[in-house]
Write a protein that binds this ligand. Sequence first.
Ligand code: ZN
Length: 303
Amino acid sequence: MKIQRRALLCFTLSMLCYPSLLPAQQVKDSKIRLLILDGQNNHDWKRMTPWHKAQLEGTGLFTVDVSTTPAKTDPPANWETWRPDFSKYQVVLSNYNGQPWPFAVQKSFTDYVTNGGGVVIIHAANNAFPGWKEYDQMLGLGWRGPDYGIRVTVAEDGTLVRHAANDGPGAGHGAQWEFAVMSRDATHPIMQSLPKVWKHGQDELYHGQRGPAENIHLLASAFSDKEKGGTGDHEPMVWWVPFGKGKVVSNLMGHVGPKTAAITCAGSNLITLRACQWVATGTVTIPVPTPFPTADQTVILEK
Ligand code: ZN
C-alpha cells in the first residue's frame, strides 16, 4: 500500500513537472510552424519582418522561419532556386508585394491552402499578384483598379454592401492618420475581448478594395473620413475567407515607411498575432495586452 502511494505521488509529481521535462525538440514540435514570406515590397520589409518575427516568437507559441525571394534586380535564374516548402508549415504570413512568383510556387501555395494551410496577409501583401485567380479568391478583396471586381463597404449596422465594378473608387488611401477601428464580430476568436472601437496608430486607411468578394467574414472596419482624403464610407479592415480546407485572414493595417506605428500599434499587432494562431489551430489563446488602445488613445509598443 505504501509503495503504491509513493508510486502515485511520483506519477503526480512527474505530471506536474511534465512541461519542463519535455525534451527541447518536443517543445519545438508542439509550437505552430510559421513561415514569413518577404523579399520585395513597396514598404520597408526589412524592418517589418524582424518586428513580426520577434512578436510571434515572444508569444512562445510559434517557431518562425523566413523565406526571402530574389530581389527585382537579381537575374531571372535566381527564381529557379526559390522553392519554399509550404507543406512544412501551418501558417504562412505574407509580407510580400512584388514580382509574380514562378508558376510552380504559385501552384504549391494554392495546394497548401487548399489542403488546409493558413495564410495571413498584411497590408501591401494584398496589392500583390493581380490576375492570379486563386490569390484573388483567397483575398476576397485586394488593391485593384475600379474595374477589377466587386467593392464592399460596411453599413452602420455592419451589413456588407456590394458595389459592382466601376461603381465607386478603386483601391487607394488618403492621408495617414490615427483612425478608429471598429470590431464587427465580437464572437470571433480573433476579436474576443477587444473594445468595440479603438484608436489605431498612424496608418494608411485603404479604401476601394476590389475582387471576387466571395465568402467574406468581416472582423473589423474603419471609417474613411473624407476630410482625410477618404471615401466617407466604412471600409473593411480585417476579414477572413475560407479557401479549400484553409483559412486566409487579411489585415489591411500596417504601413511602414519612415514611421512604424502602424505595425507597432498594440491593436494591429494583436490582430496579426491572433490571426496567425487562429488560421493554424482554429483557436486563440493570446490575451489582450495591457494597456490596450481605447476609443481616444493609441498604444504604440515601439516608436
Ligand atoms: Zn502602405
